[in-house]
Design a protein around this ligand. Structure first.
Ligand code: MTE
Ligand code: MO
Length: 252
């Protein structure tokens, strides 16, 4: 199903829900279940809030479309990026042997992982699409470890509500709720189409969040933190995206 037809379907479902229950009831339900996205600050935008609430109440276990191998794009072109920083280039010169992923916040056992450690965990693959908010997309095979596996190693505490993730590029950070973090298709990816993940596409380590638009799949991941209070990060909107006018919840 394409993103657009799926979105139409969702809108149909939401319109029905809103029609039966009334927008106010839907909004109150969303609030009751803690389903107001952080960039809405308690104001019930009928679009994003209802879409997010619908996804979490009704479709939380839905899967991103996985494609057959024949659909892998011949040229998975990298999006335009800022040139790598000196810090990145130094790590790259060392074959990323010193790349580290730190996980802290509301976890029982904060930890630091090397790429070799991540590669030693059960490896999973998915053939899914990266869809940019600007309209283009490509399909690739992504290989890595399920984020849920690594989160089980560090032990997520029950009060954690969000996973905040940071790139070595200071402007790039984002967050997802715990449902999305534990979802079986949310991967820490280190390989693409059978090779090491190219730097252009986020190598050596990228968080793949295939149920949301491309900008949620942040490249060059170095730090994950678990929190119950998203307001403590950036301008309190859950990521850099809403600060620039894009939705925090970018489900497709
Ligand atoms: N660190 C970082 N992550 C990023 C970006 C970026 O510029 N820097 N661009 C985002 C956007 S807007 C999109 S659409 C996808 C593009 O992924 P691609 O380069 O593999 O096509 O990466 C996302 N992740
Ligand atoms: Mo994008």
């Amino acid at each position: 199903m394409t993103g657009i037809s799926r979105r139409k379907l969702l809108w149909g479902g939401l319109a029905t829900t809103a029609g039966i229950a009334g927008l106010g009831v839907a909004a109150r339900l969303a609030q009751k279940y803690g389903l107001i996205p952080p960039d809405h600050g308690g104001i019930y935008g009928p679009g994003e809030t209802l879409n997010y609430a619908f996804q979490r109440l009704v479709a939380r276990h839905s899967l991103a479309v996985e494609y057959p191998r024949s659909q892998i794009s011949a040229r998975p072109f990298p999006n335009e990026m800022a040139p790598p920083s000196e810090a990145f280039k130094r790590l790259q010169a060392g074959g990323f042997a010193d790349w580290r992923l730190t996980i802290d916040g509301l976890v029982d056992r904060p930890a630091v992982f090397s790429l070799d450690q991540l590669r030693s965990y059960p490896r999973s693959s998915q053939i899914t699409e990266v869809a940019c908010e600007e309209g283009w997309s490509y399909v690739a095979e992504w290989t890595g470890v399920r984020l849920s596996h690594v989160l089980e190693i560090v032990g997520v505490q029950p009060q954690a509500k969000f996973l905040v993730y940071f790139s070595i590029e200071p402007d790039w950070w984002d967050s997802i709720d715990i449902d999305e973090a534990m979802h079986p298709q949310t991967f820490l990816t280190y390989a693409m189409n059978g090779n090491d993940l190219p730097v252009g596409n986020g190598g050596p380590l990228r968080l793949r969040v295939p149920r949301q638009l491309g900008y949620k799949s942040v490249k060059f991941i170095t730090h994950l933190t678990l929190t119950d209070d998203i307001k403590k990060f950036g301008k309190g909107l859950g990521s850099g995206a809403p600060e620039a006018g894009y939705a925090w919840y970018a489900g497709i």
